[in-house]
Design a protein around this ligand. Structure first.
Ligand SMILES: Nc1ncnc2c1ncn2[C@@H]1O[C@H](COP(=O)(O)OP(=O)(O)O)[C@@H](O)[C@H]1O
Ligand SMILES: [Mg+2]
Length: 250
């Protein structure tokens, strides 16, 4: 199974939108986990249109960990919600932190959480890690994540802040080849290839600028006709197949 970690240097380039897009086009059973340290309800309020988590999510897992329950994969599934009707593939969503204190509390549980993810049968995991936290991503995510993808827009302010954070991220990975860049909207203004070259990070994808498709995922807007033919949807499909294929080859 693969664990794909998505993060950014801040400025909301589209980590959550891309995580959702990848999960919805992932060719295998998948779990999208909201691990953004900054509590938000982006997926529940947006794509899932105000659906209540009903107490499920990372906070529920913490209760298990504190009660020293065995961390079975079923206990993890119990904390998730279906992301769609799952006709072809089960696609599930694990809601994230509900207050900043719970993110701090979770610090000591990352290892158990990742071990529990790894027990999932034939299910890949996409982690929305939000913006890079101070002090970096949890070590176990860096160790066990098959890919760490940093998302950025292509304007100077986005690149300048990413440049500040990249050295620490690169240093913290034992195999820097697992780090990849996803440019959201290359050519606005700088081409994705140039962005990747100037940052010295391998370009994994240049996702099209497509506000209509993005808003279906981030705002819960009604899908346009032929959503699956939209540029960004195709971008998600090709990135998810590419990531999955590289896992199989690895
Ligand atoms: N490829 C894209 N094209 C156009 N707009 C996008 C794209 N990806 C994301 N967005 C928009 O960017 C905004 C921030 O997206 P979001 O996924 O919440 O960012 P983050 O999780 O990085 O904070 C949203 O309004 C979303 O619709
Ligand atoms: Mg987000």
């Amino acid at each position: 199974m693969a664990i794909i970690v998505l993060t950014s240097a801040g400025g909301s380039p589209g980590v959550t939108t891309t995580g959702l897009g990848l999960a919805l086009s992932w060719p295998r059973p998948v779990l999208l986990a909201d691990c953004d340290r900054h509590p938000n309800q982006a997926v529940l309020a947006g794509y899932l249109r105000g659906l209540s988590a009903g107490g499920r999510g990372l906070a529920g897992l913490v209760q298990d960990y504190r009660a020293l329950q065995p961390v079975s994969s079923q206990r993890l599934i119990d904390q998730t919600l279906p992301l769609d009707d799952g006709v072809d593939q089960p696609r599930r969503f694990l809601p994230g932190f509900t207050n900043s204190g719970s993110a701090t509390l979770f610090e000591s549980y990352w290892t158990r959480f990742v071990a529990q993810l790894e027990q999932l049968d034939r299910t890949d995991v996409i982690i929305d890690a939000g913006r890079l936290p101070e002090g970096g991503l949890p070590e176990v995510l860096l160790e066990r994540g098959s890919r760490v993808l940093v998302l950025t827009r292509s304007g100077l302010p986005a690149l300048a802040s990413l440049r500040l954070l990249l050295p620490e991220l690169t240093d913290s990975l034992d195999d820097p080849a697992r780090l990849g860049l996803v440019v959201v909207g290359g050519g606005r203004p700088y081409p994705a290839g140039e962005v990747s070259q100037s940052l010295g990070v391998h370009l994994v994808a240049d996702l099209p600028w497509d506000p209509v498709t993005a808003a279906v995922l981030s705002e819960g807007d009604l899908p346009p006709r032929k959503l699956t033919g939209r540029p960004l949807w195709r971008g998600f499909q090709s990135l998810s197949s590419q990531l999955q294929a590289s896992e199989v080859a690895a």
